[in-house]
Design a protein around this ligand. Structure first.
Ligand code: SF4
Length: 357
């Protein structure tokens, strides 16, 4: 048995279906992303949805901010291979159009969707179609009635906003809900999600909003989410990045895999390189990652830059590569298997990685 648990104990939540994908209630932590195209541009949006789905996204959100977007939705819903979520701000009429178009979930922001009457109207339409609603609270766009509270207790204000909105929905019998409590400040996200999860069994979608560009965004998102997920909190995740959204999906799977919550990709171990390095480890490791994309996730490949520490690490992997001055040592399950010319590396890599399938 592993020294580490393969799964953190998970908070008990109700299960909500987003299309055919279960969220909460013991389902795996789901990976989501969002398109960056104009939803009215059907071709570009569909292409990005399919790219995200290929990368492993299980749920994809699209913005529905105008009539062109709403008109694009029925075809997108039909062509998408993953459930689509309509992201609605301000205009509840667009929420009604999105529901009619057949989306699998709505995301509304209680801070800007308008009166409780409008929320109730949307809830009734969602109820008729059997689709859930995500109450997406963002600290940056809280309704003004929470402003005073937010000044002293931002996490408390976010939680209160979500609970109040849940009450509005519950009053019309609508309980098919997911909640998110997002802020650009990871510590506020942690605090808000902890507090909410003590008070409700509604599944939580985790995210740090406006997290930043690739590196900063991943770091800030993982800082918050890994704390929460390790406490069993969080049923779906999105790592929001100012980058290609496919990166969001890859980063989310790496995070969940590192926490033992999902199987992701074969693991590519790469040395950080130093003055002894005999090969371009960065380029080589990237190439190996590419070639190893569809390998079973329990495979480990080590890419080591030299023969000083390289062989030791390379030996511990299913496939190990340790570069020397002119030759490269290839290990299979710890045993030196081949000593090849550097010029043959690409060809041998393809052969050897193929054998790990
Ligand atoms: S494996 Fe070699 S090149 Fe890589 S960090 Fe260690 S000593 Fe440096």
């Amino acid at each position: 048995m592993s020294e580490y648990p393969t799964n953190a104990p998970r908070r008990a939540t109700r299960r909500v279906m987003v299309g055919a994908i279960g969220v909460g209630g013991g389902e795996p932590v789901r990976v989501q992303s969002m398109t960056t195209t104009r939803t009215g541009d059907y071709d570009a949006t569909l292409q990005q949805i399919l790219e995200l789905a290929t990368a492993g996204a299980e749920i994809v959100r699209v913005t529905v901010n105008d009539d062109a977007a709403a008109e694009s939705l029925p075809r997108l819903v039909r062509s998408s291979t993953v459930p689509l979520v309509a992201d609605i701000h301000f205009q509840h009429e667009l929420a009604l159009k999105a529901i009619a178009a057949g989306v699998a979930k709505l995301r509304i922001n209680p801070g800007n969707i308008g009166s409780s009457d409008k929320v109730r109207e949307v809830a009734r339409a969602a109820q008729d179609r059997g689709i859930p609603i995500r109450i997406g609270v963002n600290k940056g766009s809280l309704h003004r009635r929470y402003e005073e509270m937010a000044a002293g207790d931002p996490a408390g204000a976010m939680v209160q906003s979500a609970l109040d909105e849940l009450e509005v929905l519950a009053a019309v019998g609508f309980t098919n809900v997911i909640v998110s409590l997002k802020s650009s400040e990871p510590r506020e996200v942690i605090e808000a999600c902890r507090r909410f999860s003590r008070q409700s069994d509604v599944p939580l979608h985790l995210g740090v909003t406006e997290a930043g560009t690739l590196q900063a965004g991943i770091s800030r998102s993982v800082a918050a989410m890994s704390v929460l997920l390790s406490e069993g909190i969080g049923d779906t995740v999105r790592i929001s990045l100012a980058a290609d959204p496919v990166e969001e999906v890859t980063a989310a799977f790496h995070m969940l895999q590192a926490l033992g919550l999902r199987e992701g990709f074969a693991r590519v171990v790469a040395c950080p390189t130093c003055g002894r390095v005999e090969v371009d480890v960065v380029a080589l490791a990237r190439r190996v990652e590419e070639l190893a994309k569809d390998l079973p996730p329990d495979r480990v490949i080590a890419v080591m830059g030299c023969i000083v520490n390289g062989p030791g690490e390379a030996k511990a992997a299913d496939l190990g590569i340790a570069a020397g001055k002119t030759k490269v040592a290839i290990y299979r399950k710890g045993v030196l298997h081949r000593n090849i010319e550097k010029a043959d590396l690409e060809r041998v890599l393809i052969e050897e990685i193929d054998l790990l399938r």
